[in-house]
Design a protein around this ligand. Sequence first.
Ligand SMILES: [Zn+2]
Ligand SMILES: [Zn+2]
Length: 128
Amino acid sequence: MKYGFDKKIYEAWNSMSPDSGRWYECLGCGQNHADALHHNFGRGGTNKRYRKAFGSILNSVPLNNELCHLPSHSKIKRDEYFLEQVFRIVQKAVRKGEYRMVERDEEFYEIHSETYKSLDCKLENLKL
Ligand SMILES: [Zn+2]
Ligand SMILES: [Zn+2]
């Protein structure tokens, strides 16, 4: 895993068990070849609050860099599919005690709370 996110995010993905995290699974194509994390909703631009929040694990998407990230980057949408997939993975990891929510996760959730609610992804499910 490489590029862009804080080291802790890569460590968090790598420490999830396959059953909850599937960190090796590329969410772009489903093959087990993820080696990079894409910023689903970008990096938050110049807004300080957004920059911090968009560094959340909830904004990170495992992809294969060569095959599924770089070639199609302009076509990868800021995507509800990714938002939901990652939420469900992190939720499982929280339940199994493999991940603990931090402030930027809560901020990211708040910024996208309307979308999360429409996907039936509840904030309390990310808390123990
Ligand atoms: Zn792929
Ligand atoms: Zn990207």
